[in-house]
Write a new protein. Sequence first.
Length: 521
Amino acid sequence: VLQQPAEDGSADPILVRFIVPGREFTSSVATVEFDNRWFKHRDCSRKDGVRFWDCSFIELPERTTQAETGEIAVPGFRDPLLNRVAPALVRVDFSIPYPLDNVYAFNFNGVGLVVDSELGLIALDRNTVPVGLGDAEVTFFGSTLVKASVVFLHPSHNVALLKYDPADLQGASFEALELQSDNAPLADDLFMIGYRQDGTFRKHPVDDTSRLTIGFEPPRLARFQQSIVDAYGVPDMPPSLGGPLVDADGVVRAVWMSFAYQEGQEIQQQEWAMPAQVVAEAVRLYKSGADFRSLDATLDYRPIALARQRGLPDEWLIKLQGLAAESRRVLYLQQLVVGTDAEAMLNVGDFVLAINGELVADLFRVEQLVQAESVTVTVLREGKVFDVDVKPSAVPGFGTDRLVQWAGATFQEAHRDVALYNGVNPDGVYISGTQQGSPALWDRLYRNRFVTAVDGVDVTNIDEFLEQILTKKQDEITRLSVLTVSGRRSIVSVQPEFNFWPTVELKRNESGWQRIDHTLK
């Protein structure tokens, strides 16, 4: 230990030097932070001849926000544009304590944009904040650290929102960034303000942008992935953690961000510029308090000629030919979310021609038009054009807000991506992860499966599952009815052990995440 905990009892991170087996002659340095929010701590002594060591619970002091000495200095730059934009760019480090929604990692970092300094709102990508469960640490001005909480996760787009307490900045004054909220073309003179790994900023002129549509193959494990979206590609972008593309006045026209997607067996990451309009709409949706309305359909672009081959009437051909040259295309329905009204009313292979009577040939415009309880969708199906009424699903802008850990496995309600990518929506609870060395993994209870019954008693949700497992005693063999996403059924017997693998419930309420220990005394 290079730096001891403070004498006043505060729990600031301590500095340690360590070695890794196999590299004993090369040491590394890291910080260790005591955490009482997600985990419990025990002091254990070896005791021979018995099953468990002699352990007692200990309370570690809560970490408090570091108080700055004196006034926080907002950096100044000689370049007026940097001076306008850079103070509102922050670094975000996000750590996840438990597996949730099939996240592919537990530690992320990226760049956020302060979009409302009075409310303390930060917009960033979901490859930095993929789920709502976790700790977010925000670095302002390259030097000041504050805590933030996740308040919004867009169900379809690579956009998340964090909220910090402006009082933590002790009155440091800077302007929030303005987001372009319409679909106007990008300005001719754009600059990318990049947040670099070393905490400094770089202004880079953007000479060329290309409008493109990005989409990915479904992930092997159902997790969040950007839906098909129109974005911008920028060649020869210098390396950075990300940042906004702004015009000469500092208005954000797009955000250079990281997208995660699965390619084969590997998770890939690539950067594109998300239109600021998409980010602005996410901020508006959060501030309104309304749920996001989803058509529950994956749409993509197809040539008008294909629709013509499928029987598109002349009157609709004339309408589509009247679109601007870059928008002369049709929307093709290629996937539906099971268990939704859209699945009952629409078909894969439909061409979507209009929403509420408005001709549509733009993905984001469709998204705007379906923000209602019911919409009329005009489709071309099997050579005929007709209207169907569809009720878009109300999707909360936060994601999974509850989990249970039992026998070393993590259980949750099935997240929306399971219905989208796996095409299943059964009753039961979803297994999103198992810990190494746990009874669950030892007894071959694997993730990406559904538990539909406990000792023959059907369970359809997390409450019913929790009710059943809380009746089980230490080492009591428990038989779980398990269903795979491909429909295969089996019985898995699990012997829970509560000393090392306690039953823990985590749920989110108005004051944040709450931990409930059901077996630790």
